[in-house]
Design a protein around this ligand. Structure first.
Ligand SMILES: [Zn+2]
Length: 445
């Protein structure tokens, strides 16, 4: 009996330790030089050295990116402020020894690219992709995470993110996987928010827009997004259940930003160096593509993408479906909202069909094998010549052509059946039933 009591106490202590949060603070005092100062506290550590990693990949982007190269002025202390020994076991990690169960790490981060992968810090904003910004401790991946964004005085910045609001500028995530999937844009965000009645449930859609344009342009853009949301809801019959009842478009349309769109579980990053005044139609195309991902890839989820492997690339053979079918619908939905003419959309499909028919790459790899090449082409960098002009076809267009062919086949062979019918069935069978990200340990290199 006594033994059992002690065992329960031990398990309770382990459980309490496992719930102890990892805490981050980030400061932007030197934003003008594209620097942030970051501190991380890793409590209730087991004995022995602790390995602190800077990620090498980012959710939704399939190539490796060495975020560790932007880290400097790193130091570590224990709970009493004693300086700890830090060594480098590999280019992406820091090994901290001699701690007392707590490790505090502080470092400076350089970042000057606002897009769907990297971190961009300027005097105007802090655009944070979490893997490019925050280090994490191996073995603590399942702990809850809390982050405080310390806003610079006098700038009137606010915080837009899918993270759970706690108090002030402090936000939380249930675990590392969720935290890393939650990009955050801090700056002068204009917020437009509306609710959608979805089979009796109220869901909030939010546009956080950082741009140089007017409030009227923001309002008009929000109205166009509302129609996109409605049309996509009609395809699937419902919106997904967003984790905190809210989906956020993080749109940064500023000359300093780099063009991109990146899907996440309850939000998307939309960046461009163009403006709503000049380019709202194209920008809306990215909105339509990324929002479709809230169903197709975020919840109709290839098993190959879960969990995120932050220290290596997630290779997936299913991107022709995840990206290609999404590409097909991105434009089709804009035809339905009246934002794109049928003629323009038909021209686009003609290009896709020509590309597929005439590319020699079809002789080398099928759609699944093309998808598996994403780690070499999705914002990947190489300096040597390659033969992709002959051997490669983008899985975006490969999949889009398959979507077109399937849609036409269904329409031709069955009455009142289209690709919409098919997508809704896929959603009901594989997406709606999707379980949240499993808690698992990320692999080391
Ligand atoms: Zn996409």
């Amino acid at each position: 009996m006594k033994y059992r009591f002690l065992l329960i106490l031990l398990l309770a202590a382990q459980w309490i330790a496992a719930q102890e949060k990892v805490r981050y603070q980030i400061f932007f005092d030197n934003a003008v030089h594209h620097e942030a100062r970051i501190s991380a506290t890793f409590p209730s550590l087991p004995g022995g050295p602790v390995k602190i990693n800077m990620s090498r990949s980012s959710p939704g982007r399939y190539a490796l990116h060495e975020f560790a190269k932007h880290v400097y002025q790193l130091s570590a202390t224990d709970s009493k402020g004693k300086t700890l020994t830090v060594s480098r076991p590999d280019p992406y990690s820091w090994l901290v020894t001699g701690h007392d169960g707590t490790v505090n790490v502080t470092y400076t981060l350089f970042g000057n690219r606002a897009d769907g992968t990297y971190t961009g810090i300027t005097s105007l904003y802090a655009h944070l992709n979490m893997p490019a910004t925050f280090m994490w401790a191996e073995g603590l991946e399942n702990r809850p995470v809390e982050v405080t964004f310390n806003l610079p005085a006098g700038k009137n910045w606010n915080v837009a993110t899918q993270l759970k609001p706690e108090s002030g500028t402090t936000f939380s995530a249930p675990h590392l996987q969720y935290f890393m999937d939650s990009p955050t844009h801090i700056g002068h965000n204009l917020l437009r928010e509306w609710t959608v009645n979805d089979r009796g449930k109220t869901k909030t859609i939010q546009l956080a827009l950082h741009h140089n344009g007017t409030n009227a342009e923001a309002d008009a853009y929000a109205d166009r997004i509302k129609k996109v949301v409605q049309e996509q809801q009609a395809i699937f019959g419902e919106l997904p259940d967003y984790d905190f009842g809210r989906y956020t478009f993080l749109a940064t349309y500023l000359p300093q930003a780099d063009g991109d769109g990146m899907e996440h579980r309850n939000s998307t990053v939309l960046t461009s160096n163009s403006s709503l005044r000049q380019n709202a139609g194209d920008l809306l195309g990215t909105v339509s593509h990324e929002f479709f991902h809230a169903w197709n890839v975020e919840r109709i989820r290839p098993a190959t993408l879960e969990p995120f492997k932050f220290m290596e690339a997630n290779m997936s053979g299913e991107l022709w479906f995840a990206e290609g079918f999404t590409n097909y619908y991105g434009g089709l939905v804009l035809v339905r909202t009246g934002d794109e003419s049928m003629g323009d959309y038909a021209k686009r499909l003609t290009f896709v069909a020509n590309y597929l028919i005439n590319s020699p790459g079809r002789r080398y790899f099928n759609a699944l094998e093309m998808s598996q090449q994403a780690p070499f082409v999705d914002a990947a960098v190489s300096i040597e010549p390659h033969n992709r002009a002959n051997t490669y076809i983008s899985y975006y267009f490969y999949g889009e052509a398959i979507a077109l062919a399937l849609d036409l086949s269904l329409r031709g062979q069955f009455k009142n059946v289209t690709l919409d019918t098919y997508m809704r069935r896929v959603w009901e069978k594989y997406g709606k039933t999707e379980k949240p990200t499993p808690l698992t340990t990320s692999a080391s290199p």
